[in-house]
Design a protein around this ligand. Structure first.
Ligand code: SF4
Length: 443
């Protein structure tokens, strides 16, 4: 007698939109799905249900998310929505009344409950199919490490606090356990993310926690120090120029943490920073950057800026340009102001015409590219340690300690010899342009 066929394994399709923080949420949901024995379907057609993890940061992202939900409904018909846009349930249901469920950001249990309700959990979970580090959407050799959710600031152009709530830090023992598991599974670079990494632990009053029997405080410096002990590259994103950030610079100078800070300055005119209600808007950032570089001369600073914010005059913009010339930041992105539904800045007077904002963006990026080119040219002839991201017929593409994946430049190596993604190589820099370096492998 032929044994009865096992029931088919339920398959879930997954669409992940948005920033690295949303990507980490997607990884957690995917890990949970796999842990419960669901399979992940690479196509809409092969899925029993599709989860769409949305972004609601700016209006363009909202549109992209609503389109993605529409596409999933057309091609599959059974859709659960989660993520930042999930906090605006009405907007989703108005456009797509047929979705099966809507849950907000970081609502892992709610997403799973919606999946269970429509596609029951398989009887026997194949726990051993889940890799020790969980399911990750990044390449094997680097991983994002989310240390907190939400934000206590109320920047006037941003609706993240209303979508994701106030700062909620993960206890340090929890973060370290995840980080250590990732490193044991082969991750070579940890990218620390949150909305404000420098505020880490403030909501928990820097509570003491234990990791491997070691007492650690849930705060920025202790986290940086403990991560630095794991032996992987540690890159700090979304750090504000608060005085206590100075304490992490000696760790960078000592090679424990990468000499890299991603500081979203957004502007330099005190008047505009105040209108933006930016954290640390009263700090003397040029003096602070100077002190950071004195402590750690190799420091690379990345930042993003907004031009054309309501009320920005030519004089404010000139202040920003002068500041940039003096700060000489290494990596810079610049956006024109884009109003977000629900943001306080929408009520500000004196909007800047789009053409003026675009012209300022072009001038800003021209200055930024010139500064970046000069700073990269100074590296020609030096030796760098790089991490290989990919290898192909054209050579290898790698990153130095000054390059975060996806957002910064790369180091191209024509004849890398035998190597694979995730290898560290020592190279001599042979050339540079505005954003990237070329190099030869050291023999
Ligand atoms: S710091 Fe400001 S821009 Fe960043 S998430 Fe918080 S409120 Fe938004």
């Amino acid at each position: 007698m032929t044994p009865p066929r096992p029931p088919p394994v339920p398959r879930i399709g997954f669409v992940s939109l948005g920033c690295p923080k949303a990507l980490v949420d997607s990884e957690r949901i995917l890990t949970q799905l796999r842990a419960e024995g669901y399979e992940v379907s690479p196509t809409y057609e092969g899925a029993d249900l599709v989860v769409v993890n949305t972004c609601g940061f700016i209006d363009a992202a909202v549109e992209e998310s609503l389109d993605a939900i529409g596409e999933a409904l057309d091609r599959n018909g059974r859709v659960v929505v989660t993520g930042c846009l999930g906090a605006r349930r009405e907007a989703i249901l108005e456009r797509h009344p047929k979705v099966l469920g809507v849950t907000g950001p970081q609502a892992y249990q709610d997403v799973m409950a919606a999946v269970h309700a429509h596609v029951p959990k398989p009887h026997d979970p194949f726990m051993d199919l889940v890799p020790a580090q969980g399911v990750r959407l990044t390449p094997r050799h680097y991983a994002y490490l989310k240390v907190s959710e939400g934000c206590d600031h109320r920047c006037s152009f941003c609706i993240i606090p209303s979508l994701r709530g106030d700062l909620a830090s993960r206890p340090i023992g929890d973060v370290m356990q995840e980080a250590s598991r990732l490193v044991k599974a082969g991750v070579k670079e940890l990218l620390v993310i949150s909305q404000d990494t420098s505020a880490y632990g403030a909501d928990l009053r820097y509570r003491l926690d234990l990791w491997e029997g070691r007492p650690l405080k849930t705060r920025f410096l202790d986290l940086a120090r403990a991560l630095g002990d794991l032996g992987a590259w540690v890159r700090l994103h979304y750090v504000y120029p608060y005085p206590h950030v100075d304490e992490v610079l000696p760790l960078m100078a000592a090679g424990r943490v990468l000499p890299y800070l991603d500081v979203p300055f957004q502007h330099a005119s005190p008047r505009i920073l105040k209108l933006m209600r930016r954290p640390a808007h009263a700090e003397d950032t040029l003096a602070r950057i100077g002190r950071w570089r004195d402590t750690c001369p190799d420091l690379v600073i990345r930042s993003t800026f907004i031009v054309g914010f309501p009320g920005e005059t030519e004089a404010d913009f000139e202040t920003l340009l002068d500041w940039l010339e003096e700060a000489r930041l290494d990596r810079v992105g610049c956006f024109t102001y884009s109003p977000v539904a629900g943001a306080a800045a929408n009520a500000l007077p004196d909007p800047v015409p789009a053409a003026v904002a675009e012209e300022r963006q072009a001038r800003f990026m021209e200055a930024a590219a010139r500064i970046s080119a000069a700073r990269l040219a100074a590296k020609v002839g030096t030796t760098l340690r790089v991490l290989v991201d990919s290898v192909g017929p054209e050579g290898a593409v790698a990153r130095s300690t000054g390059d975060a994946p996806e957002i910064d430049g790369v180091v191209r190596i024509d004849e890398p010899g035998r190597c694979q993604p995730g290898d560290f190589l020592d190279v001599v820099v042979t050339g540079s342009d505005a954003y990237d370096l070329s190099a030869q492998r050291c023999v």
